[in-house]
Design a protein around this ligand. Structure first.
Ligand SMILES: CC(C)(COP(=O)(O)OP(=O)(O)OC[C@H]1O[C@@H](n2cnc3c(N)ncnc32)[C@H](O)[C@@H]1OP(=O)(O)O)[C@@H](O)C(=O)NCCC(=O)NCCS
Length: 366
């Protein structure tokens, strides 16, 4: 009934028999939508629908290569109900007006553990479809396993392979990784950083509070290191014209000796290179000068010694080349406004750019 009704608006739809075949292969493929006020569990009367194709590897390849037959899909190209698909294709949506709110509810159905990190694909056959997809954050054009499409839309939900993530942004919540690093971007993450510093510097090294929390924490980037899912390390970076300074490196006592500090310093250096810095400065505790040497830090001839919080330090510097993709004033303006340390992936503001510019009008009306 839903298909027959949709066919009035979308005459090219496949046969009902094909839909039945897909749904019996994978019942997660078809979601009927009804307005709450019209819905009764005794007498179910759906008014619109959202249909997905759970594509397996071959199916997704064919979709991107343009050889997939969407009106009559071959079920050998589809994942079955408890199998993780390679991609989820928005097969057809028919949900006019208020019913379109049901689309986001069906998106919850494809956010269960088996589906949540699977990328979603779609094609826009009407200008409304294109507008809707872009507003939802889909981007036009994609590649898969050597196949390239300029017309298939993609919404990325998968995490890049661990090895291809930047050193300063390779932490993923709930992912099993021995150790990883992220930029602290929320108050919660900043609390984790402060907990590590409190444990190491105040509790262990007896540093007075006012010396540890020295008034520089809001003019810095904080890297947060994890051992598994446990906040275990941190590093603060502050920026000046011509150089960046790495400081406040700390690893909780119970997580030492596993090269986490090494990972933090490498991440810090990479972060500075990405910001375009070529000179990195530090003040090393005397006993750690050799340890910093493994990253190329050296004690310059003019280095000065200093002491604070009852420890002796010496100046160290590292000269590096800027990262080839370093963010600069010539970078794409949307890249410049991406979240700190996430310059490699589209940010929320560029997704918002699909919405019309209406604010100046709103101000004028007021
Ligand atoms: C220094 C610190 C960050 C190292 O953390 P970590 O995760 O254990 O370090 P890694 O596993 O990457 O490296 C361990 C190496 O550093 C050496 N090392 C650690 N602390 C050292 C110290 N105070 N003096 C000399 N070497 C030290 C270890 O002997 C080890 O050497 P190895 O690889 O030859 O066995 C950690 O001990 C710490 O938080 N210390 C207290 C805070 C501090 O001193 N910060 C540095 C401020 S400049």
């Amino acid at each position: 009934m839903l298909m027959d009704r949709a066919r009035q608006d979308l005459p090219g739809l496949g046969a009902n028999e094909a839909v039945h075949r897909v749904v019996s292969h994978n019942p997660d493929s078809f979601w009927a939508i009804a307005r709450r006020e019209n819905f009764s569990s005794r007498e179910r009367r759906p008014e619109g629908f959202q249909a997905y194709l759970m594509l397996n590897h071959d199916g997704l390849r064919q979709l991107v290569a343009g050889t997939f037959k969407g009106t009559d899909p071959d079920t050998s190209l589809l994942a079955s109900q408890h199998e993780k698909p390679a991609g989820i294709y928005i097969w057809c949506t028919h949900a006019w007006g208020a019913l379109s709110g049901g689309m986001s509810l069906t998106l919850q159905k494809i956010s269960t553990p088996i589906y949540r990190d699977v990328d979603v694909y779609s094609c826009a056959s009407t200008p409304e479809g294109k507008y809707t997809l872009e507003g939802l954050g889909f981007t036009c054009g994609c590649t898969y396993d050597g196949a390239v499409s300029e017309t298939v839309y993609k919404y990325t939900r998968s995490q890049p392979e661990a090895a291809s993530r930047p050193l300063y942004d390779n932490y993923v919540a709930d992912e099993a990784a021995a150790s990883s690093v992220t930029v602290a971007r929320t108050m919660e993450e900043l609390s984790r950083v402060f907990s590590v510093r409190s444990a190491v510097y105040m509790a262990e090294q007896r540093c007075p509070y006012g010396e540890e929390f020295d008034g520089n924490d809001f003019s810095a980037t904080h890297l947060l290191g994890y051992a598994g899912q446990e906040p275990a390390a941190c590093l603060r970076i502050r920026y000046f014209a011509g150089f960046a300074k790495l400081e406040r490196l700390a690893v909780r006592k119970e997580f030492r000796g596993h090269k986490l500090a090494q990972q933090m310093i490498r991440a810090g250096i990479e972060m500075c290179r990405m910001k375009g810095y070529t000179r990195i400065y530090g003040q090393s505790e005397q006993s750690l000068v050799e340890w910093y040497g493994q990253f190329g830090f050296r004690v310059p001839n003019e280095a000065r010694e200093l002491s604070f919080s009852e420890f002796g330090f010496v100046e160290i510097v590292l000269d590096v080349t800027a990262h080839p993709d370093a963010v600069s004033i010539e970078s794409d303006p949307y890249v410049i406004i991406r979240p700190e340390g996430r310059w490699h992936t589209p940010g929320i503001l560029e997704k918002s750019a699909a919405r019309d510019v209406t604010r100046p009008g709103a101000v004028r009306q007021a």
